[in-house]
Structure formats: structure tokens, C-alpha cells
Design a protein. Structure first.
Length: 202
């Protein structure tokens, strides 16, 4: 009898709604300290604009957001500016030895967004995966790049990554209103798509 293959184990963290600086600090700390690969979903408790670590943000633009009560915070990942209001966000942490997520950047984007597309389809939302790069004006969700997901021609799922030695972080945003209960459906689709175990971890 051939023994069954042991499934790879991922940690999954509680779904949280936190202030912008707190939720990005959480990802920074997790990136430095995680041992098992980790998945978490979260929302932003206050309107915010995040920007990638390699992009920065113009001081006049930052001031204009702050005057409107919109917080501005840097992400530990790269990419352009993203406005956060009702979006559902997710972060994945893995290392080069992780079997379920490809280490190659393009392949990992494809795998991660294919999972999200399948999860949204289970929820009755049919998306299309972009296959070419549009013009970039600094805002992440005004232009679709390869593997981003669109709905009726509008980009609704994008992500940014950061690599440090043998560690990887993917931060993604689903820019449509979803109930908190959909997190469970997306977690179940994650287990199915990547053939892994998800274990709760505080």
C-alpha cells in the first residue's frame, strides 16, 4: 500500500479590521518572524491610501488625503498607490522551500490570482485575468497588469510582492464589497487549489 502524501501546512490568522498603520505593522512583523507559511485576511478600519515601499508618495498628495480624513501609510510590499475603503485584503507569507506556492514571481502571481478567481467564481462573481500591461499612472487599480483580475473591464483584484533572501510576501486587495463570511469560502478554496492544510493560529 502506497502511503498518502502529507499535505503542506499553512497557518491562517484571525480575520481583523484594524487601523492602517497597525495592520501594515502586523505584516512587517509577520514577514520577519513567520516560520510556517501563513495566510491572513483583513480590512482597514479607517479609509486609507497605501503606497509601495519602492514608490514613495508626493508630500502634496499626502497632504491632500490627510485634509480629507484619509490616512496614508506605506506597505512592506512594492507596487502603486491603493485606496482602501470597503476592499477585502489578504497577505501570504512563504519561503523558497514552500511547495504549494511557486517561487518564481510571475508564476506565484498567476497561482495566487487563479485561486482568488476560483474563490470568487464559487461566490457567483466571474472575473477575467488580464494578459497584458496597461499604462501606469502610479495608481494600482487604474491599470491592469498580467494576472490581475477584472470584472466587466474594471480591475478588481491586484497585488504586490516583496522578497528578502528566501522569504516572500504577497499583499492583495479585492476591490468589491464582500461579506466577512466570504473569508471562509476563500480559505476553503485556498485549501482546495493549493492542496494544503490550514491551521488556525493566533
Amino acid at each position: 500500500m502506497i502511503p498518502s502524501k502529507t499535505l503542506e501546512t499553512w497557518n491562517t490568522l484571525p480575520y481583523l479590521s484594524e487601523p492602517p498603520f497597525q495592520t501594515m505593522d502586523r505584516d512587517r512583523k509577520l514577514f520577519q518572524t513567520f516560520s510556517l507559511p501563513t495566510l491572513r485576511f483583513y480590512r482597514w478600519s479607517k479609509p486609507a491610501v497605501s503606497f509601495g515601499r519602492t514608490q514613495g508618495i508626493d508630500s502634496d498628495i499626502e497632504r491632500s488625503f490627510l485634509q480629507r480624513g484619509i490616512m496614508v501609510v506605506g506597505r512592506p510590499s512594492g507596487g502603486g498607490m491603493v485606496e482602501h475603503r470597503e476592499d477585502l485584503c489578504f497577505s501570504l507569507f512563504w519561503n523558497k522551500e514552500t511547495q504549494s506556492i511557486p517561487w518564481n514571481v510571475k508564476e506565484s502571481y498567476n497561482a495566487i490570482h487563479t485561486w482568488i478567481a476560483e474563490g470568487l467564481k464559487e461566490l457567483g462573481i466571474e472575473t477575467t485575468m488580464a494578459c497584458q500591461k496597461d499604462a501606469d499612472n502610479g495608481w494600482c487599480f487604474t491599470s491592469a497588469v498580467c494576472y490581475d483580475l477584472t470584472l466587466n473591464g474594471k480591475k478588481i483584484v491586484g497585488g504586490a510582492q516583496w522578497r528578502e533572501k528566501n522569504k516572500a510576501l504577497h499583499q492583495g486587495s479585492i476591490q468589491i464589497a464582500l461579506n466577512p463570511e466570504t473569508v471562509t469560502a476563500l480559505q476553503n478554496q485556498f485549501k482546495k487549489h493549493f492542496n494544503v492544510l490550514l491551521t488556525p493560529h493566533e
